[in-house]
Design a protein around this ligand. Sequence first.
Ligand code: URA
Length: 439
Amino acid sequence: MRSQEIIAKKRDGEELSAGEINSFIDGICDGTWADYQISALLMAMFTRGLSIDEQDNLTRSMLHSGEVLDFSDIDAPKADKHSTGGVGDKTSLIIAPLVAACGVAVPMISGRGLGHTGGTLDKLEAIPGYNVNLSTGEFRKIIKKCGFAMAGQTAEIAPADKKIYALRDATATVPYIPLIVASIMSKKLAEGLDVLVLDVKTGSGAFMREFEDSKKLAEALVKTGMSFGVRTEAVISDMSQPLGRFVGNAHEVYECIKILKGEVDTLSQPTWVLSLELSARILVMAGVEPDIEAARELAQAALDNGSAFEKFRMNVECQNGDTQICDNPERLLDNSLIETKIVAMQSGFVSEIDTLAVGNAIVAIGGGRQKADDKIDHAVGFTCETNVTQKVNVGDTLGVLFCRSKEQADSVVSEMTAAFKISSENTQSTPQLIKEIIS
Ligand code: URA
């Protein structure tokens, strides 16, 4: 069938067959579909909708548009975690060594920061020398040696998604669940996993702000994972305030190393709690422990006895990073940065933190990208010193910005101050970190 006929069929609200969807994806990969034709079909899918069969066929076709990794020569169960993205969302750096220390192999393929949300690759590159550009052979060797490897997506993994995502971004067709599911799952299913845990964020700093939308996305992702033979669960977690204390690439690695060393301060506690929960879910699905309580205990023991930290150090060494940051994480923090306090303009209770505004401020001071090829400054960041419901007095420090210049700080100070809403009455309840498990 010609591309025009496939576009017309979806334009008219008909269901596309597996063959027609394959022809669309083949046309993207061999260049026979023009960008305007791909965009037209994406818009027709967005407005007319996709059935479950179409969504599964699209996922399958995108998955097989590239290489599907095979780690069957590694005896351990293979697992990964995927997050829909947030601010201060750094759990991958804790989960990978933690579950590796408990006998699960983690072939973790991560992304870069997207919009206001951070990306694991950018965080890892805050470690001097750390190499995220691994060949499949190197990736496999490192997993065999230390239980986990963390790398960027190669051009061979789900190449159709790269093209589709760029066109969705340019044609306002990103926020449609079947297209999101096909995009995320085609990449994750290409990792050759037995187990996948998804962290679906909800709240002001999330891709899906409303709980009901996050839940629908979580359910669709879990259903797709299961129907492709991967044991999959989703945790819907709070993104109505930054996760943990630190935001910004080097700062977030610092928080993770402190946690892995067993030095969890009160403000960083949510990072540990969520990491522990996601890890425990992996351990149960991987068959390492029979139930979630036993899995939590095993993961806690791997933190307490230092084995997770040792795995992390071994991985940094395997990926050419500077292992001195493991013994002395303060080396990650750049003392030449300018510190600017964000202070409360009135007394009362923190009723809301506009987490999107915090993420955008980090991008604006150079910690994220405005354009895909922008260079980022790994050192800049923010420490969040207050939580929703906390009582504050006028002049109290809500958080501290770490910028390269005073001009940079001045350009975001008023947005950052306004991001912390303070009300005279404490009307909010403490946001629940883990809202629901979808299994
Ligand atoms: N992340 C992805 O990888 N794809 C989407 O469509 C949305 C978020």
